[in-house]
Write a protein that binds this ligand. Structure first.
Ligand code: NAI
Length: 245
């Protein structure tokens, strides 16, 4: 029970890596504030967390790219349980287009969720967490090894890695750790809905595909006291994909 009595916010908690992380945390005793984008996901997310053994659950609907929504999530969490120990920034979106066809709106959408959403939650964490708290950002192999058509996503994830290091440096004084994981291809809707994959432009060898629970295990390690001396780190969870660089 590594997370007994701990309070952890997980964004992107309705599906994929976020849901796997939230259920793992719940199974290990955490009180989880699950952030979901759409009200239609509230009941199923709450049921999944209770089934996993969560001692208590809060499901909050929010758009993480909206500052006011993030402030509300943090406030509701602290109002409910009186503390905040961990944040997992897992919400993410991708757009797919050639650079000459990519709009400012595409950039705003992707940077808003994948970068600014994480920033807003880190800021809340730094304002509200006590010493010993931890943040984990979910980056991507695209931060360092990308493909065509996803420039805003690759840039957002590279910037997120940089933000992880900046926040780790500023977090030292507060004794708040900030790390990130860099998943490779993971078996979630985001992978299989990727037009680069459906078009065959990017081929995925099934042997290179990991499970959401494998990323969740790495996230939970970085959140836990097992990683008490680890901050500013980026842990690749990609089956060795980036080892070739
Ligand atoms: P997913 O599509 O299941 O999860 C993304 C989640 O983000 C969804 O629950 C969605 O509702 C939420 N979300 C999107 N926009 C939002 C917004 N404006 N406000 C609040 N929530 C929002 O896909 P997956 O794979 O679980 O993605 C989780 C994270 O993992 C993402 O940050 C993604 O970039 C990253 N990742 C995924 C990889 C994969 O192969 N599946 C590989 C590398 C990174």
């Amino acid at each position: 029970m590594r997370f007994k009595d701990r309070v952890v916010i997980v964004t992107g908690a309705a599906s994929g890596i976020g849901l796997a992380t939230a259920t793992r945390l719940a199974a290990e005793g955490a009180r989880v504030a699950a952030v979901v984008h759409s009200p239609e996901h509230v009941d199923a997310t709450e049921a999944a967390l209770r089934d996993a053994g969560a001692p208590d659950v809060l499901v909050v609907t929010a758009d993480v790219s909206t500052e006011a929504d993030v402030k509300r999530c943090a406030a509701e969490t602290v109002d409910r349980w009186g503390r905040l120990d961990g944040v997992v920034n897992c919400a993410g979106v991708m757009t797919f287009s050639k650079i000459e066809e990519t709009s400012k709106a595409d950039w705003d959408t992707v940077l808003g969720v994948d970068l600014m959403g994480a920033f807003y939650f880190i800021r809340e964490a730094f304002r509200r967490m006590d010493a010993g708290g931890a943040v984990v950002n979910v980056s991507s192999v695209h931060a360092v090894q990308t493909t065509p058509l996803v420039a805003p996503y690759a840039a957002a994830k590279a910037a997120l890695d940089s933000l992880t290091r900046s926040a780790a440096i500023e977090g030292r004084e507060k004794r708040i750790r900030v790390n990130s994981v860099r998943p490779g291809a993971i078996d979630t809707p985001m992978l299989w809905d990727n037009p680069n994959v459906t078009s065959g432009e990017e081929t995925i060898d099934p042997a290179d595909v990991g499970e959401p629970a494998q990323v969740a295990a790495a996230i939970c390690f970085l959140l836990s006291d097992d990683a008490a001396f680890t901050t500013g780190a980026t842990l690749s969870v990609d089956g060795g994909r980036l080892a070739a660089l």
